[in-house]
Ligand binder design. Structure first.
Ligand SMILES: CC(C)(COP(=O)(O)OP(=O)(O)OC[C@H]1O[C@@H](n2cnc3c(N)ncnc32)[C@H](O)[C@@H]1OP(=O)(O)O)[C@@H](O)C(=O)NCCC(=O)NCCS
Length: 174
């Protein structure tokens, strides 16, 4: 693999990011969510991984809260790596870079809804105290995970409060 560089996305990356999601998620339309999040730099950290100046991977980290607490949290997703570039460590590297950014921004909890076989390797563990914005199907519960950043191991509980872009039940159901 050519050298991987990870940086914030810019407006001129958006078409390539959209192509990436069409390739990585052929059966799932995440583009409306991705487009909405990309429009709101105040709440979304959007990172691209490039090899040879081409976008090979992308992830968004949305800044959130936990209702009833002062905890600064984030939600990871979506995450996509181009099919021809998968299993080369690109997805993991982008996630780790995002976690470092969030820690530097005093975010203390990062949640994700995804395959524990993948996110467990990146330090995520099942989350039972902080609830997702919508009730998940029973067999998805292991998919709701989190990780504490920095020295913030103090447990917090409550519903993750997400911005409107994430308030669509379809994003939280099969
Ligand atoms: C899931 C995804 C983001 C992983 O990115 P990646 O750059 O390929 O992953 P990495 O190279 O960092 O890690 C690869 C390891 O994760 C595992 N892995 C990859 N995709 C996985 C998946 N969907 N579920 C579980 N484990 C997975 C592999 O076993 C691999 O380990 P191995 O090569 O030792 O067997 C990428 O495969 C992808 O975009 N897939 C399609 C979209 C998708 O399912 N996204 C899920 C996130 S919402």
């Amino acid at each position: 693999m050519d050298r991987l560089e990870i940086r914030d996305s810019v407006q001129s990356d958006h078409a390539a990011i959209e192509s990436l999601y069409r390739e990585a998620f052929p059966g799932e339309d995440l583009l409306p969510l991705v487009r909405e999040l990309l429009q709101d730099a105040a709440i979304a950290i959007s990172l691209v991984g490039t090899t040879d100046s081409r976008i090979a991977g992308h992830a968004i980290f949305t800044i959130c809260g936990v209702a009833g607490s002062g905890v600064k949290a984030a939600l990871l997703g979506p995450l996509a790596v181009a099919p021809t570039c998968q299993r080369q460590g690109i997805g993991s590297a982008i996630v780790r870079a995002g976690l470092r950014r969030l820690e530097n921004a005093d975010v203390s909890l990062v949640c994700v809804l995804g395959d524990p076989a993948y996110y467990g390797r990146l330090g995520f563990v099942p989350e039972s105290l902080v609830e997702p914005p919508f009730r998940l199907p029973a067999d998805w519960h292991g998919a709701w995970q989190s990780q504490h950043l920095g020295d913030s191991s103090t447990p917090c509980a409550g519903k993750l409060s997400v911005p409107p872009q994430w308030l669509h039940p379809a994003l939280w159901a099969p």
